[in-house]
Design a protein. Structure first.
Ligand code: ZN
Length: 65
């Protein structure tokens, strides 16, 4: 299985295909220990439609009459 490991030292994410009971790998960057990121879902945001229904500007209507 493919797991992601985060280096304790430099924070680099290293992806490695290891068995489920492997908790650490070596960082691909600095060779320090990188620990498994457990159950981190992948956040894929694509095509996010930010429909702005709000406005910070107050509509000032002139008082007539
Ligand atoms: Zn590192």
């Amino acid at each position: 299985m493919l797991f992601e490991f985060r280096c304790k030292k430099c924070g680099t994410i290293t992806e490695a295909i290891v068995k489920g009971d492997v908790k650490e790998v070596e960082c691909s960057k600095c060779d320090a220990k990188a620990e498994k990121i457990i159950s981190a879902p992948h956040f894929h945001i694509h095509g996010f439609n930010a429909t702005n229904g709000y406005s910070n500007e107050k509509e000032i209507k002139p008082k007539v009459g």
